[in-house]
Design a binder for this molecule. Structure first.
Ligand SMILES: Cc1ncc(COP(=O)(O)O)c(C=O)c1O
Length: 366
């Protein structure tokens, strides 16, 4: 049985009628940029995650960049984040002219280790970016507490964590500004690039909306230079349809994850840990094994696709050699990067498919 890593065609088949009619509405109206579809989705998604304001963006990366710009972060400033994330998190920092300051992750969840944040703070530190990696929230209580004591802003990278919660509260995963990606394979995925930034602060939402639309205040009025970081109407229309199904899909993902975790309870691989009070939305189901590369290759030969998120920690990427952080600097994240493997997980994955993956993993590693 061939098991793809994600199956967006299977998802489309379940909602085809609604998606097609939402797209056609935009095409027929010829309102492709801005307009009521974008506003409706901004309001619906912000309300879903429990924030007051949502500003649609062209991607998760542009949401992160705009968030830092809106906070006035720029050259000479430092922003703290962790070593196990996608490069977009640190790109957003560098694109403002600020410097990324990297710390290691928690052993259990591979999210930012709050115990390491304070030692990384300097007089130049302006913000911290926790990443809700794989769909599991970082330890936001601890991060918020440190940020409060040191007057830092919290910009949350929730690119992988739509619908995640802490203690049953969706708002508990938010920072001063929270950024989402709707990259097609995400739990809530567009049919192209898309993102959103949410906040409770009207001033921030207003600044972001202006900056993301060429610094435009009114027709031909540009007090500042901005960016073309707008969410387009077709993506908003698709996302608004999919948002109605998100909770159902998350529950399916969680039940797939539970089935894997129960099956791996006695080995031969160790799932990345889940903290009970952190409601993990399982964008990715990640296991660890010292034989990662052999396992991935052998699963591939059997038609089971896998991924690695991420094989090279941020500080060891060529792009960040100038930070001068050699191998050995962040032992927890570095070891995880050598051992992690992401298995197929999506709402349409059947029990039989999960069991096929589990049996294959068992046979390969026995
Ligand atoms: C953790 C993380 N941050 C940021 C991004 C960037 O999002 P996008 O691809 O929409 O720019 C992604 C997704 O790709 C991500 O997984």
């Amino acid at each position: 049985m061939n098991i793809p890593f994600v199956d967006l065609k299977a998802q489309y088949a379940t909602i085809k009628k609604e998606i097609d009619s939402a797209i056609f509405e935009v095409v027929e109206s010829a309102g492709f940029i801005g307009g009521k579809k974008v506003t409706a989705f901004e309001e619906n998604f912000a309300s879903y995650v429990g924030a007051k304001y949502g500003v649609g963006t062209s991607s998760g990366t542009s949401a992160l960049h705009l968030a830092l710009k809106a906070l006035g972060i720029g050259p000479g400033d430092e922003v703290i984040t962790c070593c196990n994330t996608f490069i977009a998190t640190t790109e957003a920092i560098t694109h403002t002219g600020a410097t990324p300051v990297i710390v290691d992750v928690e052993e259990k969840t591979l999210t930012i280790d709050p115990n390491l944040i304070e030692a990384a703070i300097t007089p130049r530190t302006k913000a911290v970016i926790p990443v809700h990696l794989f769909g599991q929230p970082a330890d936001m209580d601890a991060v918020r507490d440190i940020a409060l004591r040191h007057s830092l802003k919290v910009v949350t990278d929730a690119a992988q964590a739509h619908g995640a919660m802490i203690h049953g509260d969706r708002r508990a995963i938010l920072g001063d500004i929270t950024c989402y990606s709707f990259y097609p394979g995400k739990n809530l995925g567009a049919y192209g690039d898309a993102g959103m930034l949410v906040t409770d602060e009207k001033d921030v939402a207003d600044v972001v909306a202006i900056l993301g639309n060429h610094g435009r205040y009114g027709k031909h009025t540009h007090k500042v230079e901005g960016y073309n970081y707008r969410l387009d109407a077709i993506q908003a229309a698709v996302l608004d349809v999919k948002l109605r199904y998100l909770d159902e899909w998350i529950e399916r993902r969680r039940s797939r994850a539970k089935r894997y975790t129960e099956a791996f309870a006695n080995g031969p691989v160790q799932p990345v840990g889940e903290v009970e009070e952190r409601y993990h939305v399982y964008h990715l189901y990640v296991i660890r094994t010292a034989k990662r590369d052999e396992l991935a290759a052998a699963l591939g030969e059997r038609g089971i696709a896998t991924g690695i998120h991420y094989p090279i920690p941020i500080h060891l990427l060529d792009a960040y050699r100038h930070l001068g952080l050699p191998k050995g600097t962040f032992p927890v994240g570095e070891r995880a990067a050598e051992e992690m493997l992401s298995l197929p997980i999506y709402a349409e994955l059947t029990d039989e498919m999960v069991d096929t993956v589990v049996s294959a993993v068992g046979e390969i590693l026995s």
